[in-house]
Design a protein around this ligand. Sequence first.
Ligand SMILES: *[C@@H]1O[C@H](CO)[C@@H](O)[C@H](O)[C@H]1NC(C)=O
Ligand SMILES: *[C@@H]1O[C@H](CO)[C@@H](O)[C@H](O)[C@H]1NC(C)=O
Ligand SMILES: *[C@@H]1O[C@H](CO)[C@@H](O)[C@H](O)[C@H]1NC(C)=O
Ligand SMILES: *[C@@H]1O[C@H](CO)[C@@H](O)[C@H](O)[C@H]1NC(C)=O
Ligand SMILES: *[C@@H]1O[C@H](CO)[C@@H](O)[C@H](O)[C@H]1NC(C)=O
Ligand SMILES: *[C@@H]1O[C@H](CO)[C@@H](O)[C@H](O)[C@H]1NC(C)=O
Ligand SMILES: *[C@@H]1O[C@H](CO)[C@@H](O)[C@H](O)[C@H]1NC(C)=O
Length: 913
Amino acid sequence: MALTREMKLLFRLTFLTLFLVTEVYTQQSPSTDFILSSCRRSFAQLDLPAQYVLKKFVRFSAIDPTGAAYVITDDLAIKCGYTITYDAWGNISFRASLYSCYANVGTVHQYDVGVKIEVASRSDMTDAVNYMKVVSCPYVMSPREIICETNYMEVSVRRKIPIISEGVFRNEPEDWSTAFTQAVSGLMSVWQVVFHISTTQKTTMLIDAAQNIGYGINTTESRTLLRTSYNASHAVPQRISGVTFSTVRATLFYKQRWFIYLVDNAVACPVDDVKFTNGWIVWTIPKSVSPLLTGAKGIQNRRIQFGVDLQNLTNVDILSRGVEILDSNTVTTARIPVGALGGYYKSRVVNFQYGRTYNIQPFIENVWTDDGWGVTKYTIIKDITTPFEERPPVITNETVPSTLIFNVTVGTFLPDVQLINFTVGNTTLMVPQGVDSGFILGNKTLPNGDVIFILKVPFINQNVYKKYLPDGILFTLNVTFGFKIIPFDETFTTTETVECFIRQPNVGPCWQKGGMLTTTLGNLDPSWSINIKGTPATSSSGMLSVINQTHAEIQVPAASNLAMDEVTIKGLTTTIPLSITDQNGNNLYTFLISCESSPQTAVCLPDGTIQVSVKEISNIPEMKLSELTLRDKRCGPVTTNGGTAQFSFTVNSCATTRRFEGNIMIYDNEISYLSSVSGKVLYRMPVSCKYSTNGTLVIDYTPRNNPEPSAQNGSASLDLVLRLSKDDAYNVFYEDAEYPVVKYLREPLYFEVELLHRSDPQLELFLDSCWATTTPDMRSLPMWPIVDNSCEHNEPYQTIFHQVRADSRVQIPSHLKRFEVKTLTFMGEGAIYGGEIYFHCEVIICDSSNPTSDPACAQVGSCIPARQRLGRSVDADDEHKLVSSKAVFLLEFKSRVDAKQFQNHPQRPDVNF
Ligand SMILES: *[C@@H]1O[C@H](CO)[C@@H](O)[C@H](O)[C@H]1NC(C)=O
Ligand SMILES: *[C@@H]1O[C@H](CO)[C@@H](O)[C@H](O)[C@H]1NC(C)=O
Ligand SMILES: *[C@@H]1O[C@H](CO)[C@@H](O)[C@H](O)[C@H]1NC(C)=O
Ligand SMILES: *[C@@H]1O[C@H](CO)[C@@H](O)[C@H](O)[C@H]1NC(C)=O
Ligand SMILES: *[C@@H]1O[C@H](CO)[C@@H](O)[C@H](O)[C@H]1NC(C)=O
Ligand SMILES: *[C@@H]1O[C@H](CO)[C@@H](O)[C@H](O)[C@H]1NC(C)=O
Ligand SMILES: *[C@@H]1O[C@H](CO)[C@@H](O)[C@H](O)[C@H]1NC(C)=O
């Protein structure tokens, strides 16, 4: 008869399933195939993979054999034996005890659990899709089954009608039999329950009443069942072998006039059995749980099974996962290493800090036999999450300076972390965007599965901050990485500053020794190579001698074409164009090293013959050596060959003059070169020979300062200012704080010189000469002319004068002069100067109202209009004034990118990239 009833129910369930599936099809939802069902020990389990339910609203209902649905709330889950868990990835597991309230309990060890699952994207569930699932599990219940689920405790006991000899009135004064008194006074013909709070305190209530306060109590034809929460009103905490248990002892009884039937349903589950120690989860389970052993005698066949996710692990599995199961007399201890297979790590963010937890769901099944209860199966299921462990991400600087690329890694992370964006300097880029913008992004999975992210930023990126220091450039990368953790999109960031200092090699003074120009280089990286005018300087070529790891000496034959002679404002200099490249051939630095001109090329013979050799001058195009002359234009070179002109003359010829300095007699002459087109002097080199009374002594040959700036710092600079304008409108000037102003080599500079605090409109300021140096010292070398003898210097690049007109700022235009400088001027053959540069001007202030002859104003260069040249200087002491600019930094750092910018520039000489 019972079978018939069950068959009916099954049929109904099946019918219902079909109906619902049909409905589901019409909603274009495929099938319930994605819901994985399984039978695990005394549970039916459904698994819903995250991909179908992530960020959706999911509701479970139990379906009873009549087809009615009961929404599973937290309370119903405890009372009826359901557990719903979400893992960190959003997968959902639903577990039902085979004795759950609405399961269909068969008599052939078959249990059917019917579940309705509603999945909606709206919280009110109005767009829910319904899925229907029935899980049928075969299971043979032991006489007593006790389950410690994560959210409830359950005990089910087989009802065994005792035979007379084992009657409940057996002689032992068993504790539970004290319920008898209560039972005797209880109602007839109804199931009731006595809760034992202590040996003396008991509470009796009807089953209905107990169910109303949250207990799950049922009796079937073969079993009684009690289900309770861990903190039920009649739960008693109890310490057993150092572990706290929540214990509920209830005696169910049924009384008729001549008969009282009592079943002891005691359940005890541990609550503080899991501890965390350094890297281990330590789970302690007492062997004898005394509340469960009332009336038990002759315990035997004790057996323990350990597993994860309700599935057995063999001893081999246990060993291979590093789990240790230790047995003592009183307790069994499972030591699970954090990270063991079967559990999972999850990234978390707590207080904006990144870290991780580890989760594992182990169980222990303890089975024993005793003569009171028969077989007891005692199963404890745990859902263990280790405490949050902070793992601040570490940004590692893996930059190799010579690559000129920042290489930073950030990690380590679990694979559930995604890099979303990164901020470099002031620019925030989303990851795909960043890849498009020239950053290199990557990730690497480490052998343990962790992930690191890699970001590479070239030093030349505009978001890299560059600071120019006296001995090199400090590159600073401020980077913030933005991450999110999938699937729940928790976000966190991490910020770091990474620096890399690129030393600038320092160049020693250059001097001449035995026909060789010699200089030293310091701060060298052993991986760099040195080129002179494109020719590698090596030890084998004799041009390079290594002094130590970072210092080397460079030697270049003065007469070779690797050295260049140049006319500068200071006169003639020999320069060595030198470049330093990294191991990939990237040009790191270029230098134009000035060497003091060669005394070896002038010889003063005791017989009064002076011999001088002059090399071709690199910055005078198409120079004809044969047109060089001494003061007497009829005296030319005796020979010209191999780019060198040889002069030989006696001290009493070629307009050589003589003067005395103490006991030294000095003969002076000058070699000069006039432009055949303009007749202007392009080059001028004084030649001197000193003779003392002791005979020929000194060989001297000094380039004349041309013109010699009579430097007078201090008071003069108060009255004058040399400013750098932001553009040729001369409206906006760089502020003091903006110095050194950084300029790229092709950018023109706009200067303005102003006479300050002078209200006399008759005064007029003239630029006599302007020049640039690499140090604040206006007399230092090298030196480049900008305004030469009052004229715009025009070789190889032109300086341009700009007119000054009166406006709101400029009241007296004659107090100002403006000029534009092309920075590419600062170059020689094969090299452009980069680095700090200072500008200096020597100015003359004339009184334009008083045209009487004045030596100072009359003497000045040819480009000042005649009328003003005749003007008298205002103050004889003050007539020549000097003014200097603050530092301008010419960006000399050249990478491949920079190189491209210059590649097509017609003025760029042989660049070696
Ligand atoms: C008790 O068990 C029976 C049989 O399994 C079932 O029909 C009934 O719904 C259960 N009652 C409660 C309250 O759990
Ligand atoms: C798990 O192991 C126990 C004994 O240790 C055994 O009775 C049970 O059948 C096993 N279960 C499965 C699913 O293998
Ligand atoms: C730089 O980044 C790359 C990833 O592209 C990595 O393989 C390398 O180890 C990093 N570090 C160095 C020192 O190159
Ligand atoms: C790592 O890089 C690969 C390819 O560049 C990409 O497909 C993958 O999504 C990245 N992984 C993470 C975690 O960002
Ligand atoms: C970033 O912005 C700040 C303030 O606006 C500014 O001072 C700084 O120069 C900027 N840095 C870069 C690299 O652009
Ligand atoms: C970058 O990512 C972080 C973390 O994911 C986030 O908090 C931040 O708002 C993002 N920034 C931008 C500009 O998108
Ligand atoms: C980064 O690495 C470079 C190259 O090894 C090193 O020069 C620099 O000092 C490091 N800087 C920082 C701040 O990590």
